[in-house]
Design a protein around this ligand. Structure first.
Ligand code: DX5
Ligand code: ZN
Length: 225
């Protein structure tokens, strides 16, 4: 895998979800990012396993479930059953993170850990070899359409270095405020799974926006360091 674009369905038009998924698929989306919020860990409520199941029925793309919930262990099996390909849990919400990561893998999904902007990379030190990916939040989770926090760029580099130190080639994912202006920089920093919500679904043409973001990201992968 070189680089993957993950449109975040949070910013999609839910009344036309099937058509919006088809559009980003045509634009070259590699994953569909599903933001699950519980109104406790983050101040918003979004979608649950029923939506994941509905999405699973209309696409073959991998489903990337981002769990912004307290006690994520309670929901792992229902999302696996609903068709999740990969699931990430917040370090701040998973008290027994090592066990949670193992549980996700046991369900047949790829397992990721997520860092909030205020959580240091060192929080992953003991678990770095167990992770299938790491998600760096570049906004505080809860809403689409927020502004990218600039410090996230160097944080991606730090996470990449930590994974490299333990010989883990797992990709770094970035989520929040990514658009055509900053995508090249986050890719240059080492991000290889790029989530984009409003930059895709609030564009006049989500298909074209997906294609353009992916082209910009791919150009940054191949650009000399
Ligand atoms: C925020 C979510 C993001 C969100 C990104 O809590 O985790 O996935 O949808 O949306 P944009 O790209 O608009 O910041
Ligand atoms: Zn997300």
């Amino acid at each position: 895998m070189t680089l993957q674009i993950a449109p975040s369905l949070l910013s999609a038009d839910f009344a036309r979800l099937g058509a919006q998924i088809e559009a980003v698929e045509r634009g070259g989306a590699d994953l569909l990012h599903l933001d699950v919020m519980d109104g406790h860990f983050v101040p918003n409520l979004t979608m649950g396993p029923m939506v994941a199941r509905a999405v699973r029925r209309v696409t073959k793309l991998p489903i990337d479930v981002h769990l912004m919930v307290q006690e994520p262990d309670r929901f792992l099996d229902v999302f696996a059953e609903a068709g999740a390909t990969m699931m990430s849990v917040h370090v701040e919400a998973a008290v027994h993170l090592q066990r949670t990561i193992a549980a996700i893998k046991a369900l047949g999904c790829r397992a990721g850990a997520v860092l909030n902007p205020a959580t240091p990379v060192v929080a992953l030190e003991e678990i770095a070899s167990d992770l299938d990916y790491v998600l760096v939040m570049s906004v505080n989770p809860g809403f689409g359409g927020q502004t990218f926090i600039p410090r996230s760029e160097s944080k991606v580099r730090e996470v990449r270095a930590l994974l490299d130190d333990v010989g883990n080639a797992a990709p770094v994912e970035i989520d929040g405020g990514v658009d055509r202006h900053n995508i090249a920089r986050v890719v240059a920093a080492g991000a290889r799974m790029i989530v984009a919500g409003s930059a895709i679904f609030h564009a006049a043409d989500p298909e074209a926006a997906t294609r353009e973001l992916k082209a910009a990201a791919l150009a940054a992968v191949s650009a000399p360091a």
